[in-house]
Ligand binder design. Structure first.
Ligand SMILES: [Zn+2]
Ligand SMILES: [Zn+2]
Length: 76
């Protein structure tokens, strides 16, 4: 079910756990404004290797692997 979110904060940062991931001006690249770690959105899950069809690279809702639920973001 959809999680109740008072604000559209997006997914938590894989590094610090805070929901401050923001898209950068590079497609598929994100940066956490809390810990300043940069991430790249991969088309292949770094955990289970499952490929994901990312229809909207700019949509932060789609950064989770549909197979294992892990994050598709890897630190750059
Ligand atoms: Zn962070
Ligand atoms: Zn996975």
């Amino acid at each position: 079910m959809a999680e109740h979110e008072p604000y559209d904060l997006g997914p938590p940062c894989p590094s610090c756990g805070e929901p401050w991931l923001r898209a950068t001006n590079l497609p598929g690249r994100y940066r956490c404004v809390n810990c300043l770690t940069r991430f790249e959105l991969r088309s292949q899950c770094p955990d289970c290797g499952s490929h994901s069809t990312i229809a909207r690279m700019s949509d932060l809702k789609n950064v989770r692997c549909r197979n294992c639920g892990g994050s598709m973001l890897t630190p750059v």
